[in-house]
Write a protein that binds this ligand. Structure first.
Ligand code: F6R
Length: 365
């Protein structure tokens, strides 16, 4: 079933081109500037009126949820926050009328996420699922939901499920936005760009050899930082998690501006700092953050937009990715980070698909 690939993770990274097409298939009505999510169709009217959205999940699904939080706020102007399922389940959360919960899970079997769903249901909140595995426990226990449709994910490190989770959250944020304040032309532009995502991902996948060289040049460094601002902050968190879990290299993801509140003390000569610095409203700010790290001897690995001519001056290693509208950029930006982790693990000769101490589906607490 590897179909010529060496590892499932490698195959699943490559599959994202088709997987995202399948995920979006029939769900984007470009002419009408609308999104059609069959599983939620009876609920969308009410969803557009909610006062608050709580997103929940674990690990990579939580990272997708953080992107969802930013997008619901930005595109739909609905207050949203993401909660770790493992924390949410044991708190005494305030869930008022008008709050809904969205649970995100590839497997649909994660014990903490299930318990968070039960907690929300006990308090009377409608719960919706973003799940990959059809008929899984979470798919069955939620009131309604959207399937990711990316096919089986075998590698323990989640890749195509993550980009699909972000894609579904983006579609949902656009549709809720349309029902609230988002203009038809803004929605149209975003949806048009979404349909181009598979092609942009295909382009980003071509960076693989270049990224392998960067991994090789830095493989002996024991500590890495992943930094971004805005939507690129959760992308950095995801990059750090991928590197940790399969290559056993210590990595930390942070909002870039938090560096000066402590972590910048860590920077020593040659320490890799991966900046996710594609075009955005806070581009100038992140350039400042890159300079601060470089001035202290950090080795900067910068992910930037294809058209960016000025950033080369700030990067020890530069990775240029195709540009899409800012709210959609996370799906493209995470590709080089998935590849970086993959190549690092292969270089270290680790079991990429079955990292130590980890299980694909975490059904115990
Ligand atoms: C990371 C990873 C885990 C899962 C987490 C949630 O690559 O795979 O962090 O994302 O255990 O799993 P699901 O999505 O199955 O609930």
């Amino acid at each position: 079933a590897l179909e010529g690939y060496e590892h499932y993770m490698q195959k699943e990274i490559a599959e994202q081109v088709d997987a995202l097409s399948t995920c979006m298939n029939g769900r984007i009505d470009l002419a009408g500037s609308r999104v059609v999510l069959g599983g939620l169709s009876n609920y969308l009217r009410d969803l557009a009126r909610v006062k608050r959205i709580i997103l929940t999940g674990c690990g990579t699904a939580w990272h997708a949820g953080l992107i969802g939080e930013y997008l619901f706020e930005q595109l739909a102007r609905i207050p949203a926050e993401v909660e770790y399922a493992s924390e949410f389940r044991y708190r005494n959360p305030i869930i008022e009328d008008g709050t809904i919960v969205i649970a995100i899970s590839q497997s649909g079997e994660t014990a903490d996420t299930l318990a968070a769903i039960e907690q929300a249901k006990d308090r009377g909140a409608p719960v919706f699922g973003l799940v990959n595995v059809v008929g899984s426990t979470i798919a069955r226990t939620t009131d309604a939901g959207v399937y990711l449709r990316v096919g089986p994910e075998i590698g323990v490190a989640s890749t195509k499920a993550f980009t699909a989770q972000v894609t579904v959250l983006t579609m949902l944020a656009i549709e809720l936005g349309r029902r609230r304040h988002l203009s038809q032309s803004d929605a149209h532009g975003l949806l048009e760009d979404m349909l181009n995502l598979p092609e942009k991902i295909a382009k980003a996948l071509k960076l693989s050899e270049e990224i392998k060289r960067i991994a090789k040049a830095n493989i002996d460094q024991p500590n890495w930082l992943f930094l971004g601002r805005g939507l690129n902050y959760p992308v950095g968190l995801e990059g750090a998690l991928k590197l940790k879990e399969i290559s056993y290299i210590h990595a930390e993801g942070l909002p870039a501006a938090e560096m000066k509140h402590g972590p910048i003390a860590l920077i020593s000569e040659g320490m890799p700092a991966v900046f996710v610095a594609t075009q955005s409203s806070n581009y100038d700010k992140i350039i400042g953050n890159i300079e601060e790290v470089r001035a202290r001897g950090g080795r900067t690995i910068v992910i930037a937009s294809e058209g960016d001519e000025q950033i080369a001056d700030y990067a020890d290693h530069l990775i240029k990715v195709p540009e899409v509208r800012e709210p959609l950029q996370p799906v493209v930006n995470v590709i080089p980070l998935q590849l970086l982790a993959y190549h690092a693990a292969v270089l270290k000769d680790y079991d990429v698909d079955k990292p130590r101490n980890l299980a694909k589906s975490v059904t115990v607490e």
